[in-house]
Design a protein around this ligand. Structure first.
Ligand code: ADP
Length: 229
């Protein structure tokens, strides 16, 4: 199985590219969806976070007040690190479970859409790694217009992340999304051709069909040896 890593900076267009993959029939595992699920009321992640941050982060229905928690950790790097440390194992295992479900289905190519792909060291699971890049001015403008934030808010959210220029140096494929949506769509046509190239031998061996083929050959080998005795 080919596991493509997709990442970028906030507002660079990662979700837009993720949607293009879905519309081309490539399944996407979305780390943000997994991260929301591991904080649902009653889960292991929920229990850890409530124990560390107290009942004041809960809504009256017992769910975590994400906006409140977000504000707490945004203004306090130590609490941000603590939250990441508490949730990281749940998020990694949630992502692995989603990948496994797609593997069982026999999917040959999937995309892991992870905002913190490098920070969480998940890049080692993926190849190729795609970084959606834009220049700083465009990133700020798009983020402000999408989320309706002030320049200061948008800048501090961008600056809280690893720099997009640094992420670009770690990419196998860079999608420059500074232009229009039409230009993005044109560039994406080359990317999808690359992703849909035939699997390498190693990728095939890691796919469900590859594992089944190996098991069948081992069984046949045993039968042939047994008959020869
Ligand atoms: P991310 O997932 O990286 O945070 P989004 O995909 O949500 O970023 O994109 C940020 C905003 O910019 C969204 O409102 C999106 O519709 C818009 N956008 C993305 N790509 C382009 C583009 N090429 N031209 C114009 N707007 C774009």
């Amino acid at each position: 199985m080919r596991i493509v890593g997709l990442t970028g900076g906030i507002g660079s267009g990662k979700s837009t590219v993720s949607n293009l993959f879905k519309s081309h029939g490539v399944p996407v595992v979305d780390a943000d969806v997994v991260a929301r699920n591991v904080l649902k009321k009653g889960t292991g992640g929920w229990r850890k976070v409530v124990a560390a941050f107290g009942n004041e982060i809960l809504l009256p229905n017992g769910e975590v007040d994400r906006a409140k928690l977000g504000q707490i950790v945004f203004n306090d790097p130590d609490k941000r690190r603590l939250l990441n440390k508490l949730l990281a194992p749940y998020i990694s295992s949630g992502i692995l479970l989603e990948v496994f479900k797609l593997w069982i289905k026999g999917c040959k190519r999937i995309v892991l859409d992870v905002p913190l792909l490098f920070e969480a060291k998940m890049d080692k699971w993926t190849h190729p790694i795609i970084v959606v890049w834009v220049d700083a001015e465009t990133q700020l403008k798009r983020l402000m217009s999408r989320d309706g934030t002030t320049v200061e808010e948008a800048e501090s959210r961008i600056n809280a992340q690893m720099s997009l220029d640094l992420k670009k140096t770690k990419a196998d494929i860079v999608i420059d999304n500074t232009g229009s949506l039409e230009e993005l769509s044109d560039h994406f046509k080359e990317v999808i051709l690359n992703v849909k190239e035939p699997l390498t031998w190693m990728e095939f061996m890691k796919s469900r069909d590859g594992v089944l083929a190996s098991l069948i050959s081992i069984l046949l080998g045993i039968v042939v040896c047994w008959k020869a005795l």
